[in-house]
Ligand binder design. Sequence first.
Ligand SMILES: [Zn+2]
Length: 214
Amino acid sequence: MTAVSHPPDDLLMAYGAGSLDELTAVLVATHLSLCPHCCAEVALVEAMGGALLEDLAPAEMADNALAAILKRLDEPAPRRVPVAPARSDRLPGPLSDYLPGGLQALAWKRLGRGIEQVVLLRRDAAKLRLLRIGAGVAVPAHGHRGTELTLVLRGGFTDLGRHYGPGDVAGADVATVHSPAADDGEACLCLAVTDAPLRLTGMLGRLINPFLDL
Ligand SMILES: [Zn+2]
């Protein structure tokens, strides 16, 4: 399993710098456990931050400080998140810490035909949730009042002409109106973080919107 769609660079940098909010950090950490490519990027950011701190500690920077930092970037850096392929019956490491009882112990809530969710964490209007979308089911068309990041854990979905498989991250923002559809043949399990409620569009969306805890 190799992810082809990754979190944006600014999120990886914020994660490496330790400044990412907890909800997004859980999603990014889970992606990192599935993606050696992004692990290497984060390790680079961490190494760069460490090198800068070290070299900035004395008030003056030596003339060769930049060269020293660049040299250090060439050295292998420790990984924060171990890369281990997830066993098919288990959730990726960082996520399983939040779900000691596994998927079965969660109080899944039906959102619509073939769609279930469970909210794992909330911070103000932001939510981290698991979504389970039945095989071949399309999520009703909706827009966003903020940003949404969706990480595929199992199965896959197609959104706006692009396919996302396990480990892939899809992004949406206020300009996005979409109706992602799960692959045929297998339910799709996703981890999603939103920083504002969704905005359902279309007749179905307008009808059910007031009743949903989105
Ligand atoms: Zn990645």
